[in-house]
Design a binder for this molecule. Structure first.
Ligand code: SAM
Length: 340
């Protein structure tokens, strides 16, 4: 019997955060000056990640995504990728990166067996990149994207978080850029999750508004009719170019969510809005049997009833989800810890 949760959702994909550290300070994710980091000794070894991943594989997961923090900061990452890529149950192995370190790493990632890459890219303007991320690294990211194409990552995706007044004037330019590098771009609505302490409703550019602006420039946009558990709704421009919109804020898609998340220190989270998770590291390190761990994960998924983003829709006077004073006490509530 396939494993389903309380809303009949199957467990299908796992996002593995390999580090909570990041080499950028994006305004919607890590806007504060100081952070509480996970204790180093709590961070799972590659062998521990691999053992925990196998439990999810047994319960129906066939898609893995490595994330962070910035996953390319994790030393020797290709050896983890190689170990995951050879698992027979892994059908799709992907990685989300900010691209800063990608140019030098991409050959090793490909050789290790990484299947797909998503690069976050919020602007094409160097000064603006610096302002939005606090680092002067746009050229490195663009070089990383070029290197990914040259290394043979053909199914390349670009993710752009759109925030009003920050980068919403670049939608058309970013679509044109994606076309030029043969990538598919996905525009993400600004979410009020974890570290987004400056979130305000008026800063969200909705899917509807994005589509209006893009059709003003490109003409009639066709919605692609497909059944998928992917978060992005996909669209086609008159010239055939496709792009996606992840409308987690204005049109959430909790009912198709098949994602589990594992933080770098082994906490299992089911929803980006979850306030609590289940610690898998402690039982693993205490020597729990495979059967015990399997039952634990099975019970957690079977009891899953969250619809975090949909519930947020009903909140009046909506502001940042977690107050910064609370974030300062619990790193697990941060987006850079749970992996986005
Ligand atoms: N460092 C990698 C990167 O930059 O892609 C991976 C980690 S990052 C936390 C994963 C994703 O979370 C990115 O695509 C980022 O854009 C998204 N994200 C973080 N905070 C967000 C927010 N407040 N609203 C929407 N997306 C957000």
């Amino acid at each position: 019997m396939p494993l389903s949760d309380m809303h009949g959702r199957p467990l299908g994909s796992l996002r593995l955060s390999v580090t909570d550290r990041c080499n950028l300070r994006c305004h919607y994710c890590m806007p504060e000056d100081e952070y509480l980091w996970l204790p180093r000794e709590d961070v799972l070894t590659f062998e521990e990640i691999s053992r925990l991943a196998d439990l999810f594989g047994e319960l129906g997961v066939d898609r893995l995504r490595l994330t962070g923090g910035e996953p390319l900061l994790r030393r020797d990452l290709p050896s983890l990728i190689a170990a995951l890529a050879e698992k027979p149950w892994v059908r799709d192995l992907a990685l989300t990166t900010n691209g800063v370190l990608l140019a030098d790493a991409v050959g090793d990632l490909k050789r290790a067996g990484l299947g797909r890459l998503t690069v976050s890219l919020d602007t094409l303007q160097p000064e603006r990149f610096k302002q939005l991320t606090r680092f002067d690294a746009l050229d490195d990211v663009l070089a990383g994207i070029d290197a990914a194409r040259s290394a043979g990552f053909s199914d390349l995706k670009l993710d752009t978080v759109v925030t009003r007044g920050a980068n919403d004037d670049e939608l058309v330019l970013l679509v044109d850029y994606a076309r030029s590098v043969q990538a598919e771009i996905r525009f993400i609505e600004y979410m009020d999750v974890g570290g987004a302490t400056a979130w305000r409703p008026d800063l969200v550019v909705s899917r509807r508004e994005m589509l209006e602006r893009l059709s003003d420039r490109f003409g009639q946009i066709e919605a692609i009719d497909e059944t998928s558990t992917a978060p992005a709704a996909r669209f086609r421009l008159p010239d055939g170019l496709t792009f996606g919109i992840i409308s987690s804020t204005t049109q959430p898609f909790c009912r198709t969510c098949d994602r589990a998340r594992l933080t770098a220190d082994g906490i299992l989270l089911l929803c980006l809005y979850a306030q609590h998770g289940t610690d898998l590291r402690r039982p693993l390190r205490a020597g729990a049997s495979r059967e015990t761990l399997l039952n634990l994960v099975r019970a957690v998924w079977a009891g899953r009833a969250d619809r975090g983003a949909e519930e947020r829709l009903g909140v009046r006077e909506r502001g940042a989800y977690i107050p910064v004073t609370v974030l300062r006490r619990d790193a697990h509530l941060e987006m850079h810890t749970r992996g986005g």
